[in-house]
Design a binder for this molecule. Structure first.
Ligand code: LRH
Ligand code: MN
Ligand code: MN
Length: 426
């Protein structure tokens, strides 16, 4: 299924007047505050978030999985789904593949399809957290950290194979997330696990093409519930430094213990030029895969405030690879992704409204109350008309979710793919 421009224009006509009134009111208010609305609109339009190939079907837990109708059963169908998201939002212009869940068969055909949907291939993700068919060694006791050299070699080789697949697609980065760790106290020597991991990562790093980056993702727990080798940003940062300048830390919002100050982590990494990738989601307890911004929207805004500060003040940090990383238990995955994309754009727009100079002046006077007011004023602004305007100017839908429903996209997908199609991956 591919949406055409006219379908979206027809949808936009239905809400155009209301939207224009709202936008004119907001931009008038922002003008009075000396905000440069055009620059904000341009920044919003340029902000592209990758959709992972595993997010398009219903997720599940170890207690079960409730499939969703019309799920994409092939990589081609997943690309088409991301194409629908991008046509509606104009902010999901990339897809991130997990290998071996989504190995392309015909590379040219896959690239053409992505191109026809106006998509590029973002970071490729390796998978050494599951045993695959026909492999010699098992990852039961770890992959890059395994005590057995032959298991480590297999895991390193898999990452190199993933880089080769990515090269054929035009990707420029590899994301490594390791499940390695221990389920029981005393199971593993922490130092040998870390040393093996560092050496394995260095071997992968030496196979990285000149213009590529490697992102090292951290996570404190799950699937190992006693310890994880790359448990936090400090461990990831240390490993990235040990590998070299093309290695970076990747922050996934769900991979922190409750109450961790993620905005401070973001700020520190950007100051050191080592924040490479970012996975969006939200959670109440841990890696819950909730819709972005649905549980802790103010925390998301504070994180974006540091991201914006870093993007403007830290040229030592490269452009970030943005991705939504969530799987969806009971909602229509496409609807959930539309809500997530909207929440990301809203948090970004609000962060762009923070008057950094005024904030700095208030900080230098230690006017704590005013500092807080400046942030909260930006946060309390209803930026939805701004986000909708950026989308509409790029040819997207003023109200993507409404259009998705009114165009009966899920119904169309069910007709095309059937009620019982099953997505590959998680
Ligand atoms: C691990 C993770 C990582 C994986 C993805 C499936 O929890 O966030 O990014 O690749 O989920
Ligand atoms: Mn992740
Ligand atoms: Mn995760």
């Amino acid at each position: 299924m591919q949406l055409n421009k006219d379908q979206i224009l027809t949808e936009n006509k239905k809400v155009e007047q209301h939207h224009t009134d709202q936008f004119n009111f907001l931009s008038g208010q922002l003008d009075k505050q000396d905000k440069d609305v055009h620059t904000i609109l341009r920044k919003l339009a340029n902000f592209q978030v990758a959709i992972p190939s595993w997010a398009l079907g219903a997720g599940g837990t170890r207690f079960g999985r409730f499939g969703f109708f019309g799920e994409p059963a092939s990589l081609e169908q997943k690309i088409e789904d991301v194409g629908v998201l991008h046509a509606l939002t104009k902010t999901a212009g990339a897809i991130s593949l997990h290998i071996p869940w989504d190995i392309p068969q015909d590379y040219n055909a896959i690239k053409e399809l992505a191109n026809a949907n106006d998509l590029v291939f973002d970071a490729v993700n390796s998978n050494t957290f599951q045993d695959q068919k026909n492999t010699k060694e098992s990852y039961r006791f770890g992959s890059l950290s395994n005590l057995n050299a032959s298991v480590r070699e297999q895991a390193v080789q898999h990452n190199i194979d993933v880089i080769k697949i990515g090269e054929k697609l035009g990707s420029k980065s590899l994301t490594v997330w390791l499940a390695d760790g221990a389920n029981f106290a005393g199971q593993r020597n922490f130092q040998s696990a870390l040393t093996h991991t560092e050496n394995s990562l260095k071997s992968i790093y030496s196979a990285l093409p000149e213009d590529w980056k490697i992102f090292i993702e951290y996570k404190p727990y799950e699937p190992n519930f006693y310890s994880t080798v790359i448990q936090d940003w400090g461990t990831s940062f240390m490993l990235a430094n040990a590998c070299g300048e093309k290695a970076y830390t990747l922050v996934d919002l769900g991979h922190h213990l409750p109450n961790t100050n993620i905005e401070q982590i973001v700020s520190t990494l950007m100051l050191k030029g080592k924040l490479g990738g970012f996975h969006f989601n939200d959670s109440k307890y841990g890696d819950d895969d909730s819709t972005v911004g649905s549980v802790k929207p103010y925390a998301l805004f504070l994180i974006f405030n540091e991201l914006v500060y870093g993007m403007e003040n830290n040229p030592q940090n490269p452009d970030l690879a943005w991705m939504i990383d969530a799987s969806h238990n009971i909602k229509d995955p496409l609807e959930d992704l539309l809500q997530s994309l909207e929440a990301i754009q809203e948090a970004y727009a609000k962060a762009l409204l923070v008057d950094q100079e005024e904030l700095q002046a208030a900080q230098s006077r230690n006017d704590v109350t005013l500092c807080q007011e400046i942030l909260q004023n930006a946060y309390r602004t209803d930026v939805r008309p701004l986000v909708a305007q950026a989308r509409a100017l790029s040819g997207g839908a003023i109200d993507p979710l409404k259009s998705y429903r009114s165009l009966r996209i899920r119904e169309g997908l069910i007709k095309e793919r059937g009620m019982n199609s099953v997505a590959t991956g998680l």
